[in-house]
Design a protein around this ligand. Structure first.
Ligand SMILES: CC(C)(COP(=O)(O)OP(=O)(O)OC[C@H]1O[C@@H](n2cnc3c(N)ncnc32)[C@H](O)[C@@H]1OP(=O)(O)O)[C@@H](O)C(=O)NCCC(=O)NCCS
Length: 199
């Protein structure tokens, strides 16, 4: 019998294939259950989003995720809002968010269709108040909306701060801190991020 075709080798291959398929099936069932769970919790889905082991500390209907968005393990969607507030975090269709990225919204953060966000990014639309005569902890948040356009790419570990708009098709380099608006198709990187050029 040729090498790799002995009964034991064939049996071994089939077992490994069966175990692999069972794992895949288990993962997809868990993803579907998560989708149902977050829907019940109040996340507004339009279409079927592919959800890894994400974390949504609280939701009263202020998170909207459109069809075919994909959020990987460890993504955190944090919204500070009262139950009667409008939608504060919008993730549109075809968006992919890599592992460990956190959205921290108290006004509005929107991510446009087909945008890719790398691992371990932090995207926020607010600062704490920093007036000198009061404890920072007790001061109201200072918020301005953040908008990331369509088909953009945010590199690993980038931080995007309040009031920033990132244009359609723009690129933000790994580890950047974005404090100013980025035009469509532009490439920015660094701390604070500076314009490198255009794609
Ligand atoms: C932003 C990026 C796409 C730029 O690529 P590029 O157009 O090929 O740019 P270059 O490598 O020619 O660099 C141009 C300049 O920007 C600097 N630069 C590039 N990326 C940078 C970054 N992330 N932070 C700071 N400076 C950066 C380079 O040092 C170079 O500076 P110099 O002209 O003084 O030498 C790339 O560097 C990057 O950060 N990719 C992200 C990778 C990633 O996060 N992958 C995860 C996958 S989801």
């Amino acid at each position: 019998v040729a090498a790799g075709f002995s009964p034991a080798a064939v049996r071994d291959r089939w077992w490994r294939r069966a175990a692999h398929l069972a794992l895949l099936r288990g993962r997809s069932v868990r993803r579907r259950l998560r989708y149902v769970y977050y829907r019940i919790l109040g996340v507004r889905f339009t279409g079927y989003a592919n959800l890894g082991r994400i974390e949504i500390p609280r939701c009263h209907g202020q998170i909207e995720i459109s069809g075919t968005a994909s959020l990987d393990n460890g993504v955190v969607l944090l919204v500070t809002a009262a139950p009667s507030d409008p939608v504060r975090l919008v993730i549109r269709g075809g968006v992919y968010v890599n592992r460990g990225t956190m959205f921290d919204s108290s006004d509005r953060i929107e991510v446009g269709e087909g945008t890719m966000i790398g691992p371990y990014c932090y995207i926020t639309d607010h600062d704490h108040g920093t007036e000198a005569d009061a404890d920072i902890r007790t001061q109201p948040l200072v918020a301005q909306p953040v908008r990331i356009g369509t088909r953009a790419w945010i590199g690993a570990g980038a931080v995007i701060l309040k009031g920033v708009e990132i244009g359609d098709g723009a690129v933000v380099g790994a580890g950047s801190v974005v404090t100013r608006c980025v035009g469509p198709g532009e490439k920015w990187a660094g701390v604070p991020a500076q314009r490198l050029g255009i794609r």
